[in-house]
Design a protein around this ligand. Structure first.
Ligand SMILES: Nc1ncnc2c1ncn2[C@@H]1O[C@H](COP(=O)(O)OP(=O)(O)OP(=O)(O)O)[C@@H](O)[C@H]1O
Ligand SMILES: [Mg+2]
Length: 364
């Protein structure tokens, strides 16, 4: 949550971009793959806001529901806020100087009314209020209530309340927030940012700096570049690698020996995490055809394949849908979820560790 701890040009820039968007009363959207640092970036932004007099934020995190088929209003509960908050099993209460609002989770009607009141009171008492929804594509699976109605009401009625959304499934988030681009809605004034992975130099710089702070000197910088590349430039995995190496050195291993061991370990960790992501996706988008498509693309890499070719290869796996046209629906969903990419109607998997995780996945 501390700005000094946030490494990388793209990440620092993202904090500034989000801040200036919310200060202009615009909706801000931060997209990026898992573990790239979205939560870190919005947390640093929120902390910077809090330090300004009269500025407040309320932060919701839905990442633990990524693999859930449905969520309920009970799951829409702030994880953190710059205000005073007390939670119980049935409600949460947020207090401003002298005023407090209780948001009940006991029925849809009570929740909607109370949430509206909360936003109104926030608007009346803060110079600027920012509501942050982390992994917001999950809100599309909220049962019995279209949360977008409340979001629309907020942007229509309160110029001093801004919204921030993050999502690791970019196409799904944008589609949820902006289902029909022609219709004016709360995305009218949205600013969309993509959080980049670290470059090799940034990743290496982070590791050298980190090791230095523990008094560890690494002479083989090439090994660090290799690690950053193999971990796909994803900060979450590179941080894991760094911590693992530090722990190995602290238990007496020579740094030159510790690095390859740490890389093996964090590669294993990253593959496990990707596996969990695939499983979470399959839990919601319940079809093994997705797995077949991913396998076909992982094995074809570095070739990018057309739909018809994917279909042909799915048949040999025994995982083809009934018609070749259907394969495009699966491809579209996988692309919206951020697992695959396409250009000129050819499809591929970009991330090296995702390709590896897919190859290891049991198809039967
Ligand atoms: N710019 C950064 N500087 C330092 N550490 C970072 C940075 N970005 C991410 N990290 C580290 O990587 C890990 C993952 O980051 P974070 O949780 O912010 O990513 P995320 O995109 O929200 O991931 P998830 O998809 O798991 O929600 C964290 O432990 C964090 O410490
Ligand atoms: Mg996150």
């Amino acid at each position: 949550m501390e700005e000094e701890c946030l490494w990388g040009k793209g990440h620092k820039k993202a904090v500034e971009n989000l801040l200036s968007a919310v200060l202009r009363s615009n909706t801000a959207v931060l997209l990026g793959p898992r573990r790239v640092g979205k939560t870190s970036v919005v947390s640093v932004m929120a902390e910077k806001l809090r330090r300004k007099r009269g500025y407040h934020y309320v932060y919701f995190n839905f990442s633990r529901f990524i693999g859930s088929r449905a969520i309920s209003i009970a799951d829409i509960e702030p994880k953190r806020t710059s205000l005073k908050m007390v939670t119980t099993s049935k409600s949460y209460k947020i207090s401003f100087r002298g005023v407090s609002v209780e948001v009940r989770k006991t029925s849809i009607e009570e929740f909607s009314r109370d949430f509206s009141t909360l936003v109104r009171v926030l608007s009346q008492n803060a110079k600027l209020g920012v509501l942050i929804f982390d992994e917001a594509q999950v809100l599309a699976r909220l049962k019995n209530l279209d949360f977008r109605g409340l979001l629309q009401e907020i942007t229509d009625s309160y110029p001093n309340i801004s919204l921030v959304f993050t999502g690791s499934m970019p196409g799904m988030l944008v589609e949820y927030l902006n289902p029909s681009a022609e219709k004016p809605n709360f995305m009218r004034s949205a600013e969309i940012f993509a959080l980049p992975r670290w470059s090799i130099e940034e990743g290496r710089g982070y590791l050298i700096e980190g090791f230095r702070s523990y008094g560890i000197k690494v002479t083989n910088e090439l090994e660090l570049s290799r690690a950053v590349e193999e971990l796909g430039g994803i900060p979450g995995f590179i941080a894991h690698y760094g911590v693992t190496a530090v722990n190995l050195v602290r238990t007496g291993k020579d740094p030159e020996e510790a690095l390859p061991v740490a890389l093996e370990e964090s590669r294993g960790y990253a593959l496990e995490e990707w596996k969990k992501d695939i499983e979470a996706f399959l839990n919601v988008y319940n079809s093994r055809v997705y797995l077949g498509v991913l396998r076909v693309l992982a094995e074809a890499y570095p070739s990018a394949l057309r739909g018809a070719e994917i279909y042909r290869r799915l048949k040999t796996l025994g995982l083809a849908p009934t018609r070749v046209q259907h394969v495009y629906k699966y491809l579209e969903t996988l692309e919206k979820a951020g697992f695959i990419r396409s250009s000129e109607r050819r499809y591929w998997i970009e991330d090296p560790l995702l390709r590896e995780a897919v190859k290891r996945f049991n198809l039967s």
